[in-house]
Every structure is written in structure tokens, then in C-alpha cells.
Design a protein around this ligand. Structure first.
Ligand code: ADP
Ligand code: MG
Length: 865
């Protein structure tokens, strides 16, 4: 070992900066954060809301109204665009603020040496001169010069686009924004914040648009389709009106009316806000989504692939058993505290102690006392091995001082083992199936391994060998080993895991456990958390079929356990399940899990353990690492998804009621008068409909939302359209037209006669308007559930909705009884008969909805029995 050897000593011996010096430098140089571009000024954003696609459509309609000599209409449309724009602006502002708060929840951490001891600090607190410890999976948070490298390789693709990891030696630089994909090392900070190379690049590309997400694209498609339909239906009506001989101007009015009726003005911002609120609710339950759209995807998850360690289990490890060829030992003690006992026969004790010493020397994880409690620092399993050594009476620090380590081949999840050179010995620890084949003799270790694994213990094999010179290549060195023994660690399941697994099953979500651990250990834990079921399969990663279709067929069932899995397997599994139509959520913590996390529809990383690489690739970060949090997030995702569908249903029903008068008019060849005019439609869309749809977007999650199978992944689907166009819409429209006719009849009109004009027609139009508003009030309640009768939910359980509906009633009164407003809208208060029929709209909508729901329930349960 040449220079690397010296720098190693530099790094280990360095005291780093003192806390006081670091604080002073932080004050001098500022925080280690990239300068963020100032957000666009509010007026620009507000303007943006007025010039997007729909707004432009409406501007054009308004302008044409002026041209056609209808200035009130033109002004009214313009007012609508502005109100709508202001509204959307505030909604997006709220959504953006919510997203910002979420970003602050996930700080970046870095381990630095300060005052001679490693401490974890927020990456924003790094200062020039800090000595940083680098480990596999870490994100480099400042520009560094490497002091010491052990097989250190960096992924620099974020900076250079180069996808092959580069090897880094002492004296090389490691730039902010790159990732450690392999190895370990120490480095000193040379530049932070805006002085980093990344900052230069970021400010070059910082103005780039955010990429469009799948949901945004789908919404775009929905919106454009609706707009195209609106415009072409409008054009058809214009043509029809010319054909039947209406004057071009009023034909034109109709065309605008149809277009305006169909354009879903407030849709997009309302959806964004719903997602943001869903994301906030998730964060409150420790699930952090990195993109708002993931809220929706989570709701449609059908398959969850989870790992074991730390997600289903607590990741609080303790050694409970040890075995050596000369005898076995039991270990007692709680947690990571050094107090505890290693019980072994006197003849076996020296071997046990050597086993413990070597295991600890192979570990960088340590147990430290913090505020009177012993906790793990670094890898919890390694910390447990360290504690084991202390309980066996080994002074690990003293051992390190006497014989320092001269070379380290870090743990690699593919090899499943690691080794260090200490004095004249190469010390190896790893998964038994990886270490035992390299041992000269195993002395019956296999039997003990099977016993330990069946109890659910994680088993580590420890081996060593004498060497004469320091090897360069791990695989060549790690053979001809002498087996020192096996260590069995306990990692109890999380309390909430079993409940969450059961909840998944009830929610119709399939579950697979993918773990790098031993098959028997995996099976034991799977059994403990209730993951094993009738259709379960238990396979090893290498037994998985090559063929994707076969792989999918094998895994597409509930309760799969794949042990000894490799990152590449995970990627294939995600792909194969997606090919079978699943929406896959997959956890990953390792440095090689990035591709699988990106392939999955929802990549999930751990906020506490796990690597920066995984977090950066993930869509969802579990702030508490707990499997149950995934299920909570799915539940919230479903709730949000349902809310968006609720107000879509609500809004589209209104559209049916708005469109019907035009259809009737057209079908009658222009004989039957128009029951609703354009301004009335705008009053419905903007005046009375807005608040209830917002309130529907805020429905709290249903307690039973996890009791149903997953829904499809599309917002607008067959059942929704059938409900709107087959049930709710027709019910509302029928009463609307009936109220119109009833009011005409009250004014003396009889079938076969020609229709009245003037005040009688205005009052009839008022009746139709009232019917739609009253119908929508009931509809708001009907839309709260797709399966249950509105009354069973409790009429007042969504307070916001009660308020919104009360406001709707007030607005109705205002629109009808405030003289100037009523005459602008082109209607008048209806006669008594008009009111009487209009009032039926509410019960009619509720009744139609209840009957439809009951029929659907019967149909769904009948064929199964
Ligand atoms: P898991 O899915 O349980 O997190 P990993 O892929 O992390 O599994 O680890 C796979 C196996 O590698 C473990 O069962 C263990 O035997 C071994 N192993 C894990 N971490 C280390 C380590 N730091 N040193 C040596 N061996 C390890
Ligand atoms: Mg692991």
C-alpha cells in the first residue's frame, strides 16, 4: 500500500473541524444549498391562468359575442374568465405551497468528522474544510477532494451524462450531485453551495420546464377531448340553427352556449389542489410523495413488493445466538447496550470471542450512547455485531488501535459479503451461502444455519485467513477461508406490520416480499406477519424463470416470498407484473435498486435507513420506514382519487342538465324554446357549482376505502360515465324540463299551441334554472359515495359541503330575486307550479342514485354466490 495507506491514516487521525470553527465558516460562507431561482412573480402566474387553453377558448367566445352584437354576453364571459383565473391562481398557489412544505420534510444528511468524532449533520451545514465520510449509496453534497478511497466508485451521470460509474482514488475530486455507487472513503470539502460545479450547471438548466407527468398528460387529453367536443357540438348547433331558419345571431348564441356549457373551466386547478391536499394528508402519516401525481397512482396500486429488513421488521437487531466449530453460545441483553451475557462452555469461549472480535472488526456500524440510550450508528446489523463483541468482553477500540485495518472491500449486495485486512489476516463476513463455499471446511455449519434461519434469525457467517500481502481483488482473496462461525441475529417484526398486511389483503392488493436474506429466515418472518396464504409461493431469486410471461404468471398471486433476490431480479419482477396489468409499488433501499424503483409505478424508499440513491429515484419516501405507512398512503391515495372522481361526476351531471335544453331545441327543429341561456349556464358553472365541487374534493377518507378492490387507474371510466349520462344527468334534466313545461302551463300554455314569449318564458326559464340548482344540491350528496346511499353517510358529516350547499341555495335566491341580476341572466322567479316541480329535482336525483346503487350492489354480489 502506498499513498492510499498514508491518506487513510490522515483521515482516521484527523480531528476534522471543531464545531465552533464549522459554525464560523457557515456564517462566513453561507449554507450549502444551491441558489434557487426566484419563483415567477404573482402577476405572471395570474396572467398565466387567463391565457391557457380554455381561457383562450372563452376569450374568443366572448369576443365573438361582441362582434355578434351581444355586449352583455361578451362582458359576462370575460368576467367568468377572470373570476375563474383568480380562483385557479389561488388554488395553484395553495397546491404549490403544500408541495414546498413537503420538500422541506426530507432533509439531506451527511456524516462529517467534527471534534474528532463522526456526526451526522444536515447537508446544508457542510463547510469548506469539513471531512466527510462517504459510503455506498450516499449523495455527494458538496465539491470534495478525496482523502481516502476504498474501492470507491461514483455515478456522475447527473453531471456528465456518463452512465458507467467511475473509479475514484485519493486526490481525485468528487463533485456535488454525484452518487457513491460502491465503496467507502473520506473526503474534504472544497466548495459548497453556489461555489460548486453543480450550481453552475443548475443555473444553466434551471429555467427548464418541469417534465410533464403521466397524470398531467392524461388530464390534458381529457381536457382537449372535451374542448374539441364542445367546439364541434357548438358548430353543429350553429349549422342546425341556420338550417331551421333561426337568425344567424341567435344561432350563434346557441353555439356559444353549448361550447360554454361543455367546457370544464375549473377542472384542472381543482384536481391539482385535491392532489396537494392528499399529499399533505399522506405526509401527516409519514408518507412523503415526491410528485403530486403519485397520490393518484398510489390510489390505484394493485401489487406491493416490499423488502423485509426495516420495512416489515424493526431493523433493531440483536445477536441472540452464535456458533463456532468448538461450541455454541447464547447471548442475552437488551438492544444495543453493552450490558449482557454470552453464555458458552468454557472450552468454546475463546472461539466465540474471536468470532465476535472478527465480526466487529468487519463492521463500521457502532453502538453509541445518546441521551442515556444506546442506539445504532450506521448499519443496525453491524452495530449489533459490535454490541455482541462488547458483551463477549472484546475491547473493539483497543483492538483497532493496536492493529489498524489496512484495506477494506465493502459490502456489496451482489456478493453478499465483505472483508477487511487487519494485520496479517483477511477477515470476511457475509451471508452464509456466500461465505461458506469459500471455506475449506464447514464442520456442519449448514445444519446450524438451517436451524437458526428457521427461527427467523438473520445469519451471518464469519471467516478469516492468513495472508502475506495485501490483496487487490476481493474475490481472489476471499477463498481458502477458515470458518470462524455463525452469528444469529433477531430482528422482530414491526408491531403494525401484521395489521397492514391484513389490510392489504382486504383491499385486494397483492403482496410480495423480496429480500436478500436466507429463504428460511424470509419464510419465518413472512409467516409471522401473516403474509403466507393458501396460494403463496416461496422461491429464490435464482429460481425465477427467465421468461417474462412465466415470471409474471408465477408471481401474480398473493403472498409471494422471493429470497436471495438481486436488484436485477427486482427490476424484472416489476416489469413482469406490469405486463400483467398491475400497478406496482416497490420498495428499495440499496444503491442498485434505483432502476427497479424507477421502473415501478410507485418506487418507495426509506427516509431513515436506505441510501440517498434510492430516495432520489423514489416516488414515495417512508419517513418512518414502516410498511404500514405504505398501506396508509394507498388508503389516502384512494381517498384522493375518489374525491377527484366525485367532483368530476358532480360537474359532468351539471353539464348534462346544461346541454339538454339545447338538444331538445335542436331535436324540435328550433320549435321548442331554449330552457336555459348561456348566461344562466355560466352562473351555474361559476356561481353555484364551484363551492360544492371544492367541498367534494375535501371529503375525508372513507373508513371502508381499504375494504374494496382497487379501482381502475383512469379518472373517467365506464362506470363514471354510465352514472353521469345514464342516471344522475337524465334525472336532473328530466325534472329541469318538466319544471320548464310546468311553468309554461301555469302561464296558460297547452300542448299543441305555440309557445309563449316574454315574461312567461322568462319565468319558465327561471324554473328550469331552479330545478338544476336544486338537483345539483342533492347531487353533491349523492356524489359523496359511489356505492352507498347518500343518507347513510350522515348529511352533516362533511361540514364544508353543508356550507357550500347552503351557499348554493343563497346564490339561487340571489340569481332569481335580485332584479338586475335576474334580467341579466335572462330569467325571472318561477310561478308556484314551476317551483313545485323544480323542488322535485332533489328527491329525483337522490332516488335515481339510490336505485342505481342498490341495483349495482345486487348485480355485483349475485353472480358470486
Ligand atoms: P435484506 O433484503 O434483508 O435487506 P440485503 O440485500 O440487505 O437483505 O442483504 C442480503 C444478505 O447479505 C443478508 O441476509 C446478510 O446475510 C448479508 N449482509 C447484509 N448486510 C451485510 C453487511 N453489512 N455485511 C455482511 N453481510 C451483510
Ligand atoms: Mg438490506
Amino acid at each position: 500500500m502506498s499513498s492510499g495507506d498514508e491518506t487513510r491514516r490522515t483521515a482516521v487521525q484527523t480531528q476534522g473541524l471543531t464545531a465552533a470553527e464549522a459554525a464560523a465558516r457557515l456564517r462566513r460562507d453561507g449554507a450549502n444549498v444551491l441558489p434557487v431561482a426566484a419563483p415567477p412573480p404573482a402577476w405572471r402566474l395570474l396572467l398565466g391562468q387567463m391565457v391557457h387553453f380554455f381561457a383562450v377558448l372563452l376569450w374568443v367566445a366572448g369576443g365573438l359575442a361582441f362582434v355578434a352584437g351581444m355586449p352583455e354576453l361578451g362582458v359576462a364571459i370575460f368576467v367568468v374568465v377572470v373570476i375563474n383565473g383568480v380562483f385557479a391562481f389561488f388554488q395553484e398557489h395553495r397546491a404549490e405551497r403544500a408541495a414546498e412544505r413537503l420538500r422541506d420534510l426530507l432533509p439531506r444528511r451527511a456524516t462529517v468528522v467534527r471534534d474528532g468524532a463522526p456526526v451526522e449533520v444536515d447537508a446544508s451545514e457542510l463547510v469548506v474544510g469539513d471531512v466527510v465520510a462517504l459510503g455506498s449509496g450516499d449523495r455527494v453534497s458538496a465539491d470534495l477532494r478525496v482523502l481516502e478511497a476504498h474501492a470507491l466508485r461514483l455515478d456522475t451521470s447527473t453531471l456528465t451524462g456518463e452512465s458507467v460509474p467511475v473509479s475514484v482514488e485519493a486526490d481525485d475530486v468528487a463533485l456535488a450531485g454525484t452518487f457513491v455507487v460502491e465503496g467507502e472513503g473520506f473526503a474534504v470539502v472544497e466548495a459548497t453551495g453556489s461555489d460548486t460545479r453543480l450550481s453552475g450547471i443548475a443555473s444553466l438548466t434551471g429555467t427548464g420546464e418541469r417534465p410533464r407527468t403521466p397524470l398531467a398528460r392524461e388530464l390534458d387529453r381529457v381536457v382537449r377531448t372535451v374542448a374539441a367536443v364542445a367546439v364541434s357540438v357548438g358548430a353543429v348547433f350553429f349549422a342546425v340553427s341556420l338550417l331551421v331558419g333561426t337568425p344567424a345571431s341567435s344561432g350563434f348564441l346557441f353555439a356559444i352556449g353549448v361550447t360554454v356549457a361543455l367546457v370544464p373551466e375549473g377542472l384542472l386547478p381543482t384536481i391539482t389542489l385535491s392532489l396537494a391536499m392528499g399529499a399533505q394528508r399522506m405526509a401527516a402519516r409519514h408518507a412523503l410523495v415526491r410528485h403530486l401525481e403519485s397520490v393518484e397512482t398510489l390510489g390505484s396500486t394493485t401489487f406491493i413488493c416490499t423488502d423485509k429488513t426495516g420495512t416489515l421488521t424493526r431493523n433493531e437487531m440483536s445477536v441472540v445466538e452464535a456458533w463456532t466449530p468448538s461450541g455454541a453460545a447464547g447471548v442475552s441483553g437488551t438492544g444495543y447496550a453493552p450490558e449482557g451475557e454470552v453464555r458458552a462452555e468454557a472450552s468454546a469461549y475463546p472461539a466465540i470471542r474471536d468470532l465476535a472480535r472478527v465480526a466487529a472488526r468487519c463492521s463500521t456500524g457502532r453502538a453509541v450512547e445518546r441521551e442515556g440510550r444506546w442506539v445504532a450508528r450506521g448499519d443496525p446489523m453491524e452495530a449489533a455485531l459490535y454490541t455482541f463483541a462488547r458483551r463477549a468482553g472484546v475491547d473493539v477500540e483497543d483492538d483497532e488501535r493496536r492493529v489498524p485495518e489496512t484495506r477494506r472491500f465493502p459490502f456489496d449486495p451482489r456478493r453478499r459479503r465483505m472483508s477487511v485486512v487487519v494485520g496479517e489476516r483477511l477477515l470476511v463476513k457475509g451471508a452464509p451461502d456466500s461465505v461458506l463455499p469459500g471455506c475449506r471446511e464447514t464442520n456442519g455449519a449448514e445444519d446450524r444455519l438451517a436451524e437458526m434461519a428457521q427461527k427467523g434469525l438473520r445469519v451471518i457467517a464469519v471467516a478469516a485467513r492468513n495472508i502475506t500481502e495485501v490483496p487487490d481483488n476481493a474475490d481472489e482473496a476471499e477463498r481458502d477461508l477458515e470458518l470462524l462461525g455463525l452469528v444469529g441475529l433477531e430482528d422482530p417484526p414491526r408491531e403494525a406490520a401484521a395489521g397492514a398486511v391484513a389490510a392489504c389483503r382486504q383491499a385486494g392488493i397483492r403482496l410480495a416480499m423480496l429480500t436478500g436474506d436466507h429463504p428460511s429466515t424470509a419464510e419465518a418472518i413472512a409467516k409471522e406477519v401473516g403474509l403466507l396464504g393458501e396460494e403463496s409461493v416461496i422461491v429464490e431469486g435464482r429460481e425465477l424463470p427467465e421468461d417474462e410471461a412465466m415470471l409474471g404468471a408465477l408471481l401474480d398471486r398473493d403472498g409471494v416470498v422471493v429470497s436471495r433476490v438481486e436488484p436485477e431480479d427486482k427490476l424484472r419482477i416489476a416489469h413482469a407484473l406490469q405486463a400483467r396489468g398491475h400497478v406496482v409499488a416497490m420498495t428499495g433501499d440499496g444503491v442498485n435498486d434505483g432502476p427497479a424503483l424507477q421502473q415501478a409505478d410507485i418506487g418507495i424508499a426509506m427516509g431513515r435507513s436506505g441510501t440517498d440513491v434510492a430516495r432520489e429515484a423514489a416516488d414515495l419516501v417512508l419517513l418512518n420506514d414502516d410498511f404500514a405507512t405504505i398501506v396508509a398512503a394507498v388508503e389516502q391515495g384512494r381517498a384522493t382519487f375518489a374525491n377527484v372522481r366525485r367532483f368530476l361526476t358532480y360537474h359532468l351531471t351539471d353539464n348534462v342538465a346544461e346541454l339538454t335544453p339545447f338538444v331538445v331545441w335542436a331535436l324540435s327543429g328550433g320549435q321548442f324554446p331554449l330552457a336555459l341561456g348561456v348566461l344562466q349556464i355560466l352562473a351555474l358553472d361559476i356561481g353555484t357549482d364551484l363551492l360544492p365541487s371544492l367541498a367534494l374534493g375535501a371529503e375525508p377518507p372513507r373508513p371502508d376505502s381499504l375494504k374494496e378492490p382497487p379501482r381502475g387507474r383512469h379518472l373517467i371510466d365506464g362506470p363514471l360515465l354510465r352514472r353521469v349520462f345514464g342516471v344522475l344527468g337524465p334525472a336532473e334534466a328530466l325534472v329541469e324540463m318538466s319544471a320548464f313545461v310546468a311553468a309554461l302551463a301555469a302561464a296558460g300554455w297547452r300542448p299543441g299551441e305555440s309557445f309563449p314569449t316574454g315574461p312567461a318564458l322568462l319565468a319558465a326559464s327561471g324554473a328550469a334554472f331552479a330545478a338544476v340548482v336544486l338537483g345539483q344540491m342533492a347531487n353533491a350528496f349523492a356524489c359523496r359515495s359511489t356505492t352507498r346511499w347518500a343518507g347513510s353517510l350522515g348529511w352533516t358529516s362533511n361540514r364544508l359541503l353543508v356550507g357550500a350547499v347552503a351557499f348554493e341555495l343563497l346564490a339561487l335566491a340571489g340569481f332569481l330575486f335580485v332584479g338586475p341580476v335576474a334580467s341579466l341572466l335572462g330569467h325571472a322567479p318561477p310561478p308556484l307550479w314551476g317551483w313545485a316541480v323544480a323542488a322535485l329535482a332533489a328527491p329525483a336525483v337522490l332516488l335515481a342514485d339510490a336505485v342505481h346503487k342498490a341495483a349495482r350492489r345486487r348485480r355485483q354480489t349475485a353472480p358470486k354466490r
